[in-house]
Design a protein around this ligand. Structure first.
Ligand SMILES: [Zn+2]
Length: 504
């Protein structure tokens, strides 16, 4: 992404967190426990494609349902927990539920999911009552302010009742199953199961199930979590996210700095010039250093201001070398100590070690690089793809043909999770890359349609081909339209005369 242009609307204020409940459902298996985890559908706006526990937001109607042993908000939170647990896992935790047969439970669940029956009506009809004592307080987490959707989430630990049968139904979930915490954590280590901080913490705690009391105590006291906000965000082992507020292109408000490694640490795109924002990154690095890890370098994916703002401060304060491509180095005010080339492998010692392969991916910027982890095939992709907003291809720096070639290259590797510089992590990397390629192809088709026989200027093309884009974004769209027109000219499918484009 590029820096914000004048005339852009200001970034929206952070979303207000909505009250939500999550249930960590467990069952005893010998001396250990298994937990019921779910994989969220990849299309969901919040944590799509991530692994999590059953849960969701508190409905207005939840306040109408009695919860014996709790009142007010504390009651409504547990009512929502019980409802979400029933909807998503099929487990009914209520007094009287043991008397219902499995067929009756399934029928009630279907009625609730289809909206045929409300939660209160369903409980009344089946003669069930909810009890606060079944839902043990297991911590509170607030989604950080940079996320477009935010929740103020209360976790509850629930042991599955002997009569209940957890069961997966497709819908908002792609998968739902019992898992041994150690196995779930191994998947997180391999990068095949992405976890948000609360869910990672819960699995780490449940991996050692001494007594329920001790487990609850540890669940409620996560490390590095002031005001219920997680400082360390590690979606897969050794890939940590530190979002920093930057003057970037709306609707994005932040640039993602990544801290890679399990021993030696590589810091990618410290974008904020603002020293207060940089302090948050230093805080994360201090925690990691106290755990025995050590930053070794700062790496820039490309030269845009919202990616390099804090590089000098970091270099000076920590005495770190700067690594980037030659076409990035020649734009910087600070010297680069290492010039990266396509195919370079960056080894980070640690347990386990990491090897990141450098891909030179011009298109958005001439010196743009991506990093691909040789073990998990996760990719840190800078501004190739955005989890929020759009990528601008701005000639002559930007080149649409190069950009499309590199998108296809990443797709075909194939990569797994992609970590963009703006917006959330994308578990289905190839799917997203394909979507980008198709989106650009559709736009190119519209641009070709917008070229009349008498020819058109770039601005005229944008009026027609970008009619679906808000007018304030048209200056940005003009740059991408120009990049597409230049591609058509390069391919011999269009020609340009005195600033007017014609089909050939
Ligand atoms: Zn950029």
């Amino acid at each position: 992404m590029s820096e914000a242009l004048p005339g852009m609307p200001p970034a929206p204020p952070p979303a207000v967190p909505r009250l939500a409940s999550v249930v960590v459902l467990y069952r005893r298996v010998g001396p250990n426990v298994e937990v019921f985890w779910v994989k969220r559908e990849k299309a969901l706006a919040f944590a799509g494609g991530f692994y999590a526990f059953p849960g969701g937001k508190v409905d207005k109607a939840d306040a109408q349902v009695p919860m014996r042993g709790a009142e007010g908000e504390q009651a409504a939170l547990r009512v929502a927990a019980a409802r979400e647990l029933f909807e998503e896992a099929g487990v009914l935790v209520a007094e009287g539920a043991e008397a219902l047969g499995p067929e009756r439970v399934k029928e009630l669940r279907r009625a609730l999911l289809s909206g045929q029956r409300g939660w209160k009506a369903l409980l009344d009809e089946a003669g069930l009552s909810l009890r606060a004592e079944d839902f043990h307080e297991a911590g509170r987490w607030i989604t950080p302010p940079y996320m477009p959707v935010r929740f103020d989430t209360y976790f509850y630990l629930v042991e599955v009742p002997p009569h209940a049968q957890a069961e997966f139904l497709p819908g908002e979930l792609a998968e739902a199953t019992w898992v041994v915490p150690a196995e779930a954590l191994a998947r997180w280590e391999q990068g095949t199961a992405l976890l948000h901080p609360p869910n990672l913490h819960a699995l780490q705690v449940l991996g050692r199930f001494d007594t329920r009391g001790q487990v609850l105590e540890r669940l409620c006291a996560p490390p590095h979590c002031p005001d219920f906000l997680a400082t360390i965000i590690e979606f897969q082992q050794g890939v940590r996210l530190v979002p920093m507020a930057t003057p970037t292109l709306p609707p994005a408000t932040h640039t993602n700095t990544y801290v890679l490694g399990n021993g030696e640490l590589l810091i990618i795109d410290p974008g904020a010039e603002d020293s207060l924002e940089c302090e948050r990154l230093f805080e994360v690095l201090d925690i990691l250093k106290a755990e025995g890890r050590r930053p070794v370098a700062v790496l820039l994916t490309h030269h845009h201001g919202d990616h390099i703002g804090g590089a000098k401060l970091l270099k000076d304060r920590l005495g770190l070398p700067l690594w980037c491509h030659a076409r990035t180095a020649d734009r910087l005010d600070v010297p680069a100590e290492r010039i990266l080339e396509d195919g370079d492998v960056l080894e980070l010692a640690g347990t386990p070690p990491q090897r990141w392969r450098v891909l030179h991916t011009p298109g958005h910027a001439r010196g743009h690089v991506c990093l691909v982890d040789e073990r998990s095939h996760a990719a840190v992709v800078g501004d190739m793809v955005a989890g929020v907003g759009t990528i601008v291809i701005d000639p002559p720096e930007g080149n649409m043909r190069d950009y499309l070639t590199q998108l296809a290259r990443l797709r075909d590797l194939p990569v797994t999770t992609i970590y963009p510089a703006h917006g959330g992590a994308i578990p289905d990397g190839p799917g997203k890359l394909q979507e980008y390629i198709q989106h650009r192809a559709a736009r190119e088709a519209r641009i070709m349609e917008a070229l009349p026989t008498e020819g058109a200027t770039v601005a005229q093309v944008v009026e027609v081909a970008y009619a679906d884009t808000p007018a304030f974004l048209h200056p940005v769209a003009e740059r991408s339209a120009l990049a597409t027109l230049e591609k058509l000219v390069e391919e011999g499918r269009a020609r340009v005369e005195h600033g007017r484009y014609f089909l050939t």
